[in-house]
Design a protein around this ligand. Structure first.
Ligand code: NAP
Length: 256
């Protein structure tokens, strides 16, 4: 007799590398069903091979486009956990991105995350213990010269998550926004910011696995946000000061 699959399901965007891959591995180790989304076929295939997990399904979608979110919602049943992680960093001085680049980046990092969450929200409310995790960035609360659109989108989605977390307080859903600092992934290389791998001192980098561990812990506890890594927890209170921001911006200065 065919056994009913009673595992919980997580939908993870941007699974193919970095934080998304670490999240997928973490949940696979716990036996979750996984619905995994990314855009590039060859990176998705490599990710699938790396994960090597029988309870995962793979979907190719460009999440910078609204029609991709529609198609995801039409094709994937309401999950128990959403991990809205997919993202890229775009570097460049103010005015250097054209209209479409700005729209796409903002949709990928913010508006698309909102559309995805709100499409599933009514049914998630009916499921016991539903969770939403949003991977924002420490850039949400720190100025990022030459990455201003990225920082603005991360800030907007942080703000949305904080409000939603409180709005859903009495319902069956927790919302947790994670604000990682520098994480060794493909992100900087892809954005032409490879020089930061050398420039940013070693103590400022944290592992993707650490981000996942702390984010999951915070989400299960129902916390509305988390800053992974001891060093970032320590510096967070000082990031509003002019002096701390000057030092921070010097260390993390972008070339282009
Ligand atoms: N690395 C850091 O220092 C850092 C710090 C703070 C926050 N974050 C955030 O963490 C999240 C994950 O980034 P990461 O550092 O792990 O980078 P990564 O290794 O480059 O992974 C990015 C993931 O997002 C997917 N993705 C990018 N654009 C997409 C699109 N248009 N449609 C669908 N999927 C797309 C990629 O899929 P493909 O392979 O198919 O392109 C990949 O799976 C991002 O939101 C990023 O902003 C990173």
């Amino acid at each position: 007799m065919k056994q009913e699959n009673t595992k919980k399901t997580a939908l993870i965007t941007g699974f193919s590398s970095g934080i998304g891959m670490a999240y997928s591995k973490y949940l696979a180790n716990q036996g979750w069903n996984l619905e995994l989304i990314s855009q590039d076929k060859s990176r998705s295939d490599k990710g699938k091979e790396k994960l090597n997990y029988q309870f995962a399904r793979y979907h190719l979608r460009d999440l910078s486009k609204p029609e991709s979110i529609k198609s995801i919602v039409e094709n994937i049943e309401t999950p128990n956990l959403i991990v809205a992680n997919a993202g890229i960093t775009k570097s460049g001085k103010a005015g250097s991105l054209d209209f479409e680049e700005k729209m796409d980046l903002f949709y990928l990092l913010c508006n698309g995350v909102i559309d995805l969450i709100e499409s599933y929200l009514p049914e998630m409310e009916q499921k016991k213990g539903s969770r939403i995790v949003i991977i924002s960035s420490i850039g949400a609360v720190t100025p990022m010269p030459k990455s201003s659109i990225y920082a603005a989108a991360k800030s907007a989605i942080y703000s949305y998550g904080q409000s939603l977390s409180r709005e859903l307080n009495k319902k069956n859903i927790t919302v947790t926004v994670s604000l990682p600092g520098y994480v060794k992934t493909l992100a900087h290389q892809r954005a032409g910011l490879g020089h930061l791998n050398e420039k940013v001192p070693g103590w400022m980098w944290i592992q993707a696995e650490q981000v996942v561990k702390e984010t999951e812990k915070a989400s299960i506890k129902g916390k509305s946000y988390v800053i992974p890594g001891a060093v970032y927890k320590l510096v967070r209170p000082f990031l509003q000061s002019e002096l701390a921001n000057n030092i921070w911006n010097k260390i993390t200065k972008r070339n282009s």
